[in-house]
Design a protein around this ligand. Structure first.
Ligand SMILES: Cc1cc2nc3c(=O)[nH]c(=O)nc-3n(C[C@H](O)[C@H](O)[C@H](O)COP(=O)(O)O)c2cc1C
Length: 190
């Protein structure tokens, strides 16, 4: 387990991680909309583009969005100057279930996070929020899966974080490549 790179890959992937030390500095609009532009160009099944990003970028909207997060996230994510909720259409244009919608929304957020990295922004995805409350209060139909919340902003000072969070304020580690890459023969020979 570690953060060493076994192959030379693009800088944005190498440098991206999920900080919790957000600054209260506002995000430049060009940078903000450019990261959603990156998200828009993700591939998707039948080019359905099932993702939607509901964004809060002014104080009024941020205070609504913050209330959906669980306390363990609010403690650091309340400072983020942009919060985006990722929802995804689970039904194709022909009415059939789109079983790839979350896969595609995940790809889209991945693009967003890398463009953000390139532009000097930080992003942190969260599953820790109240989905039921979101559905009810924002009146989101069952046609959409409610997937994740994303904190977006500028890097702040980690000294301002509570002690336990400060200690965890570093890039996440990864299992070695051979843990996720399995040769087909492994399954065929079983
Ligand atoms: C779908 C998803 C949900 C996550 N939920 C949370 C969360 O609720 N709170 C949190 O602090 N981090 C959350 N994370 C961040 C992960 O813990 C983090 O990406 C992982 O530990 C890898 O670390 P890295 O992004 O720094 O490489 C989430 C990440 C993803 C992709």
């Amino acid at each position: 387990m570690g953060r060493e790179f076994q192959y030379d890959i693009m800088e944005e992937i190498k440098k991206r991680w999920s900080p919790r030390a957000f600054s209260e500095e506002k995000v430049n609009k060009d940078d903000l909309y450019a990261i959603f532009e990156a998200a828009r160009f993700a591939p998707s099944c039948f080019n359905e583009q099932p993702w939607k990003y509901i964004i809060a970028e002014d104080e009024k909207d941020l205070s609504v969005m913050r209330k959906f997060m669980f306390d363990g996230n609010r403690i650091w994510a309340d400072k983020a100057q942009v919060l985006a909720l990722v929802i995804s259409n689970n039904t194709f244009w022909n009415g059939k279930k789109n079983r790839w919608n979350q896969f595609d929304a995940g790809t889209s957020w991945g693009y967003l996070s890398l463009e953000a990295q390139r532009r000097g922004l930080i992003t942190h995805a969260m599953g820790g929020f109240d989905r039921k409350k979101v559905r009810k209060e924002l009146n989101i139909s069952d046609k959409y899966d409610i997937i994740a919340m994303i904190a977006i902003g500028k890097m702040g000072n980690k000294e301002n974080l509570p002690k336990d969070i400060k200690e965890r304020e570093k890039p996440g580690l990864r299992a070695p490549l051979n843990k996720s890459l399995i040769n087909l023969n492994y399954f065929k020979d079983k």
